[in-house]
Design a protein around this ligand. Structure first.
Ligand code: ATP
Ligand code: MG
Length: 413
């Protein structure tokens, strides 16, 4: 290691302990058979060919918190080409960073090779003029891979055959103490990838973890960095945030950390009013409760709930300003909303569904003529009606109209 690089390395981790520690089964109690047999088989096959292979990241973290992990990530020191040779029917995917998808019937298990942050010849990580990572696609060692991860509780490796956890940054202790700690210098890590700020919010609201004052301050003072996150990446993160059963606490945290002020300033302004905040909370709570009951959550429904207060407010303002009909006005408001909302790239199909849910709220106000029957038989009726029911719970619906529709709906089903 040249001197320049070794200084950089020591500075980076100066306040953080970094050494390989093995945590035995007696301490963590994670049985190998907790994982799907296909995951165990992949790891065994790799290890039989003298490769290292582990389960890593969110899955181990969630199990330590007694939660069922959503997905399982496997890492190995085998390269994608070596992995592909071992598993028939596997596929190398990815342009910038290659991963392998191993198919078991309809299920696909993703295996990735240890990575490191790209380092240029002079010993510096390749970044743009602001310090954002430009490349994150070089194969590395186990150590490299752990160092590039975001927070200590996401950096545990689990070996199901030895039943040990490998822990470089005391992540296991942080799980026990319910602490969020960034790996390396938080400011530098946020500059490299500002999404880490939002991930910390998502993970701490999901696991009910406290973000200490010092880290909170660094997050808030660097919040402007999130403007640089590509809008499609933000949409993916939003999906995770609002369909993980903790949408309610997520939105409050996004507001408190001023993230919302950047991503959705109109909504953030409205949330200053306690009444609006309370409404948003109640609307999102319904999706969180569905998650608890293990029911599916539609992202269009959650996003319709999230932005409803804003749409309703703008609808009211527009009606006051001109003499257009309610239905005409809602179309204008909704189209306006989507054409101004560029920070998060909501796919066209989801936009269409959100628009229909919102416009149908106005259509549902009408109980005369043939239009209600037409609405009742339309594609998006059920989801729009569910949203209408939800609005009834927050006392937004006239009781007579509500009873009329619930009668009609009962007759239909
Ligand atoms: P979830 O339960 O939502 O899947 P997760 O932590 O597993 O949460 P993933 O997006 O699946 O999130 O990422 C898997 C792992 O990759 C993380 O646990 C973390 O170690 C690492 N990781 C993901 N995103 C980043 C990032 N932006 N910067 C550094 N490491 C990251
Ligand atoms: Mg994951």
């Amino acid at each position: 290691m040249n001197l320049k690089f070794s200084n950089l390395f020591n500075n980076f981790f100066s306040k953080q302990k970094f050494f390989r520690k093995e945590i035995q089964f007696s301490e963590h109690n994670i049985e190998a058979n907790y994982f799907h047999k296909n995951v165990l088989e992949i790891i065994k096959k790799l290890q039989n060919r003298n490769f290292d292979a582990y389960i890593v990241g969110g899955a181990i973290r969630d199990i330590c918190f007694d939660l069922k992990p959503k997905d399982v990530d496997i890492v190995t020191n085998a390269t994608p080409y070596e992995i592909k040779k071992i598993f028939r029917g596997s596929r190398i995917i990815g342009k910038r960073f290659k991963l392998v998808h191993i198919g078991y019937g309809r299920n696909i298990i993703e295996v990735s090779t240890f990575r490191k942050n790209a380092i240029m010849q002079n010993g510096f990580i390749k970044k743009d003029e602001k310090g954002k990572l430009l490349r994150d696609n070089l194969f590395g060692s186990e150590k490299d891979d752990i160092q590039r991860r975001d927070i200590t509780i996401n950096s545990l490796l689990y070996d199901p055959n030895k039943r040990i956890i490998i822990d470089y940054f005391d992540g296991f202790k942080d799980i026990k103490n319910k602490k969020i700690k960034v790996i390396g210098d938080p400011k530098k890590r946020f500059i490299e990838d500002p999404m880490r700020i939002i991930r910390i919010i998502r993970i701490s609201s999901k696991l009910n973890l406290q973000i200490d004052e010092k880290l909170s301050r660094i997050m808030v003072t660097n919040i402007d960095l999130i403007r640089d996150i590509p809008s499609s990446r933000l949409f993916d993160e939003f999906c995770k945030m609002f369909t993980n059963g903790h949408a309610t606490s997520c939105i409050v945290m996004l507001y408190n950390f001023n993230v919302l002020k950047i991503l959705a300033p109109g909504l953030s302004d409205l949330m200053r009013n306690e009444k609006n905040l309370d409404k948003i909370r109640k609307l999102l709570k319904a999706s969180d409760q569905r998650f608890e009951k293990k029911l599916t959550i539609s992202i269009s429904f959650v996003l319709s709930s999230l932005f409803w207060v804003l749409i309703k407010d703008e609808h009211k303002a527009l009606l006051k300003k001109n003499k257009l009909s309610k239905i005409r006005s809602i179309f204008i408001v909704v189209d306006n909303f989507f054409s101004n909302f560029k920070q998060i790239n909501i796919p066209k199909r989801i936009q269409y569904e959100m628009k229909t849910i919102w416009v149908n709220q106005i259509r549902l106000e009408n109980t005369r003529g043939k239009k209600p029957i037409k609405l009742l038989n339309s594609d998006m009726f059920k989801i729009s009606y569910d949203f209408f029911l939800l609005r009834n719970q927050i006392n937004e619906i006239n009781n007579d109209i509500f009873l009329w529709w619930s009668d009609l709906y009962k007759k239909k089903s």
